[in-house]
Write a protein that binds this ligand. Structure first.
Ligand SMILES: *[C@@H]1O[C@H](CO)[C@@H](O)[C@H](O)[C@H]1NC(C)=O
Ligand SMILES: *[C@@H]1O[C@H](CO)[C@@H](O)[C@H](O)[C@H]1NC(C)=O
Ligand SMILES: *[C@@H]1O[C@H](CO)[C@@H](O)[C@H](O)[C@H]1NC(C)=O
Ligand SMILES: *[C@@H]1O[C@H](CO)[C@@H](O)[C@H](O)[C@H]1NC(C)=O
Ligand SMILES: *[C@@H]1O[C@H](CO)[C@@H](O)[C@H](O)[C@H]1NC(C)=O
Length: 483
C-alpha cells in the first residue's frame, strides 16, 4: 500500500516537474504531516498521503510540497531555533545603511534549515540592493517582512553593476512563503519620471534613453509558493511577477501605486500554472493583474482593482509567437475607475489559443471598455493585419454589472478577420453610463456566441452559431492548450 501511494506521488511529481529540470536538484527529507497549513490549495498533493521517511527516494524526481510536522523530534524552543532575524546578521534598518549583506547571510542560514523563518522585524526600514534569493532550500521556508523593506531610491542610486530589470528575485524555490505585516516600498517615483516613459519626455513626448526599470518582486522557476499579508507599493515597474512557476497562492495583499505610474502592473503571470489570487486590493497605473502566455488554471476571487487598467489576458502572440492560455476564472470581484475592465488582447500574426475563460459576478464602476477583446493590439502605428491569429474560444461573461465611462463602448469584441472568436457567452450583463450618454454602440467584429439573457446595452452584433469556413471550424475543434 505504501509503495503504491509512493509511486502515485512520484508520478504526480514527475508530471509537475518534467518541464522544469532545474527543480530536480533538491534532496530533502520528508515527514508525515498532520494538517495542511500552507501551500497552494490548487496544486498541493493530497493532504493525507503517507510519505515514507526515505531520504533517497528511488526516483530522479522529488515530489512537490510535502509539508511535515512543524517540529519533528524537537523538544526545545523550535521557533527561536528556526528564526533568522536579519538584525542579528548586522542589518541596521535605518533606511540608508546598505543591509544587503545581512539579508544574504540570513538567507543562507535560513535556507539550510527546514521550516526556517527569515525575519525582518518591525520598527525598521531596511534598504537592500537588487538580490537573488536562490534555492533550492529546505522546505517551508518563510521570508517574513514585518518592517519596511526597500530598494535604493531611483536610477541614480542604483548600483551600476546591478540589473535594472528586477530588484528581489526568488529563484528555484519549492514550498516557500513570503509574508508579514510590513511594507515593501518600491521608491518608484524617479523611475516613472524617466524621459523614456510614456509622456514623460520634454513637451509631453516619450524620448530615447535607458528605460529598464526594475520589477519589484519576481518569483522565477519556483513552485508551491504563498504570498500573503504584505503591502507592496510604488514599484518602479511590475509589483510582482511570476514566471515559470507552478502552484502560487496569493492572499490578502495590498498593492498600490499612483494612477499615472507607467507599467506598474500589480501581479503579472507568465508560463505559470495553478494560481489562486484571493482577497486582495490593487490600485496602480497599469494592469491590475496581467496574464501572459503559457498560463493555465488561474483562479481570481475577491479582488478589487482600480484605479488601474483592469484585469488583462495578454498581450499574446507578439512577433508571431505561439501563445496558450486556458482555464482562467475571475469571480466576485470589483473593477473601478479603470481604463479597461476585463480585457483579452492579442497581436496580429500570433498562433495558439485563449480558451475556457470565465468572468463571473464582476461589479464595474466607471470603467472604460468594461468587456473587451482586442485582437488588433498594437503599441506602435505600424502593425499590419496578418492572416494568423491567436484563437479566442469559450469566453463567458456572467453577471457583469455596474457603470461604464462613456468615452468608449462598454462592450468591444474586435476579433481577427481570419480567425473568428468563438463560443462567447453573455448572461446578465447590465452596464449603464457612469455619467452622460453612450455615443457608440457595443462593437463586434467576427465574434460568434450566444446571449443567455438580453444585455444592457443591447448587443446585436454578436454572430450566432459557428463560423462557416472550414479553417475556422478546424481551429475550434483543435483549440486545446496542453501546457
Ligand atoms: C486538523 O484539522 C482538523 C479540521 O480542520 C481539526 O479538527 C484538527 O484538530 C486538526 N489537527 C491538528 C493536529 O491540528
Ligand atoms: C520561544 O522563544 C521565543 C523567542 O525567544 C519566545 O517568544 C517564546 O515564548 C518561546 N517559546 C517557548 C515555548 O519557550
Ligand atoms: C519643446 O517645446 C519647445 C517650445 O515649443 C521647443 O522650443 C523645444 O524644442 C521642444 N523640445 C523638444 C525636445 O521637442
Ligand atoms: C481549472 O483551474 C482550476 C483552478 O483554478 C482547477 O481546480 C481545475 O481543475 C481546472 N480545470 C481543468 C479542466 O483543468
Ligand atoms: C485590419 O483589419 C480590420 C478589420 O477588418 C480593419 O478594420 C483595419 O482597418 C485593418 N487594418 C489595417 C492596417 O489594414
Amino acid at each position: 500500500m505504501e509503495i503504491v501511494r509512493w509511486s502515485l506521488l512520484v508520478l504526480i511529481a514527475a508530471t509537475l516537474f518534467l518541464q522544469n529540470s532545474s527543480n530536480v536538484e533538491g534532496r530533502y527529507h520528508f515527514h508525515k504531516r498532520k494538517n495542511k497549513t500552507k501551500g497552494s490549495p490548487v496544486s498541493a498533493p493530497p493532504a493525507n498521503s503517507p510519505v515514507p521517511e526515505d531520504p533517497n527516494p528511488p526516483t530522479p524526481y522529488d515530489p512537490p510540497t510535502i509539508p511535515s510536522d512543524p517540529y519533528p523530534n524537537d523538544p526545545g524552543n523550535a521557533s527561536s531555533a528556526r528564526t533568522f532575524d536579519v538584525t542579528s546578521y548586522g542589518a541596521v534598518g535605518d533606511g540608508s545603511n546598505d543591509d544587503t549583506a545581512a539579508f544574504r547571510e540570513a538567507w543562507k542560514a535560513a535556507c539550510a534549515v527546514e521550516s526556517a523563518i527569515l525575519l525582518a522585524p518591525s520598527g525598521y526600514t531596511y534598504m537592500i540592493t537588487s538580490t537573488i534569493f536562490s534555492g533550492p532550500c529546505k522546505p517551508r521556508l518563510v521570508f517574513q517582512v514585518d518592517g519596511c523593506l526597500m530598494p535604493p531610491d531611483g536610477p541614480d542610486s542604483w548600483p551600476k553593476a546591478d540589473s535594472a530589470k528586477q530588484w528581489l528575485v526568488f529563484y528555484r524555490l519549492n514550498d516557500m512563503t513570503l509574508t508579514g505585516d510590513g511594507t515593501i516600498e518600491g521608491n518608484g517615483e524617479q523611475w516613472w519620471d524617466l524621459p523614456c516613459k510614456p509622456h514623460r519626455g520634454p513637451n509631453g513626448s516619450t524620448s530615447k534613453g535607458p528605460c529598464d526599470s526594475p520589477a519589484l518582486i519576481r518569483f522565477f522557476m519556483s513552485s508551491n509558493l504563498v504570498v500573503s499579508g504584505l503591502r507592496i507599493q510604488n514599484s518602479p515597474q511590475f509589483h510582482m511577477k511570476f514566471d515559470g512557476c507552478e502552484g502560487v497562492f496569493i492572499v490578502k495583499m495590498s498593492i498600490s501605486s499612483p494612477k499615472l505610474s507607467p507599467n506598474t502592473d500589480g501581479i503579472h503571470l507568465e508560463n505559470t500554472n495553478s494560481v489562486g489570487i484571493y482577497n486582495s486590493m490593487i490600485t496602480n497605473g497599469d494592469d491590475c493583474i496581467s496574464i501572459g502566455p503559457g498560463c493555465s488554471n488561474v483562479d481570481i476571487q475577491d479582488v478589487t482593482c482600480g484605479p488601474s487598467h483592469g484585469i488583462s489576458i495578454g498581450s499574446l502572440g507578439m512577433h508571431n509567437a505561439q501563445a496558450c492560455v486556458s482555464n482562467i476564472t475571475v469571480r466576485n470581484s470589483m473593477i473601478r475607475e479603470s481604463d479597461n475592465g476585463l480585457r483579452i488582447k492579442t497581436w496580429q500574426g500570433g498562433k495558439g489559443c485563449v480558451s475556457a475563460i470565465s468572468f463571473q459576478n464582476i461589479q464595474m464602476e466607471n470603467v472604460r471598455n468594461c468587456m473587451i477583446i482586442d485582437q488588433y493590439y498594437c503599441m506602435s502605428k505600424a502593425c499590419l493585419n496578418q492572416t494568423s491569429a491567436v484563437h479566442v474560444n469559450q469566453v463567458s461573461y456572467r453577471n457583469i454589472k455596474g457603470t461604464y465611462d462613456v468615452r468608449s463602448p462598454p462592450i468591444h469584441f474586435a476579433c481577427s478577420d481570419t480567425v473568428a472568436c468563438t463560443n462567447i457567452l453573455l448572461s446578465e450583463v447590465e452596464l449603464l453610463p457612469y455619467e452622460g450618454e453612450l455615443v457608440d454602440d457595443p462593437y463586434c467584429w467576427n465574434a460568434y456566441g450566444t446571449q443567455e439573457t438580453a444585455t444592457i446595452p443591447p448587443i446585436d452584433c454578436l454572430k450566432e452559431g459557428e463560423p462557416q469556413n472550414a479553417e475556422a471550424r478546424e481551429l475550434t475543434s483543435a483549440c486545446s492548450c496542453s501546457t
